[in-house]
Write a new protein. Sequence first.
Length: 308
Amino acid sequence: MAEAVSWDETTNSARAVKQVVSPGQILEGVLLFQAVVENWENISNFQARPDDILIVTYPKAGTTWMQEIVDMILNDGDVEIRMRAPIHVRVPFLEWPPLMNEESGINMLSKMASPRVIKTHLSFHLMPKSFWEQNCKLIYVARNPKDSMVSYYHFDRMNLLKTAPESWEGYFQDFMQGNVTFGSWYDHVREFWEARKKHRMLYLFYEDMKEDPKREILKVMKFLEKELPDDVVDKIIHHTSFQMMKDNPMANYSSFPETIFKQSISSFMRKGVVGDWKKHFTVAQNEAFDEHYGAKMARTSLRFRMEI
Ligand code: A3P
């Protein structure tokens, strides 16, 4: 089990922490933070409760957006209640290791009252079995790979726990090969897609949420068996919009020290659009990506929109 690493800003221990987070280790084919692998026994033995609600994503798919939506739905759209704590406290990150002065995700969850909402980036085959034994509800959000890659690239630039990408081209190759934390985008989105009919799962797309947030929020409410008046739904749409979340210190990760998320390099709430990849991909990269994507996705019915 990983020991808690104390966070000491005065000695700028970001580098020391980085050593337990990266370069990472492969677990069952998935590159994970070293500290997650060291804490693996606790994670895989996590005891779910039947009313736990899971939010599962490959990184940068709009996890925080869905966390905020679900938290607001469960709290009947109450604007004050959602200001009670930062989003990573309201909806703990299951595999977050005991680092810095932050508690591990598992510790936070063990003390939480039900119903708990839980965030995870774990691949389907790495999920603690208890979630299936307890038949928990799971909301999966998928985002097209080109925008996911661009968003992840900028996130890895500002996330000082990880080694900054050396170049965009290098990152482009690493992403396609699944050589980034949490592994292959392809495997992640496909595994959950295949599993969606066997579990209580709502599979949503970032692009659909951008296109028509009301339609997608209503799907989430139905899945959670929650009915709310129309004006409350409108309030939820408004308060979970990109700009409102960007300005909300309880949603925009500004509560994380700059020594971890250096938002002056790139904001956590960066652009929040579909199609930003066009400003990053060269023509040659786009062709190479499309060919690779075509081969990887040939045998699945799962389809993505790269623009809306
Ligand atoms: P960009 O980097 O493309 O802007 P995650 O929460 O999974 O880490 O995903 C972060 C991405 O979701 C970022 O994408 C962020 O801007 C975007 N995002 C967060 N909240 C959003 C919202 N309310 N509307 C649209 N996009 C949002």
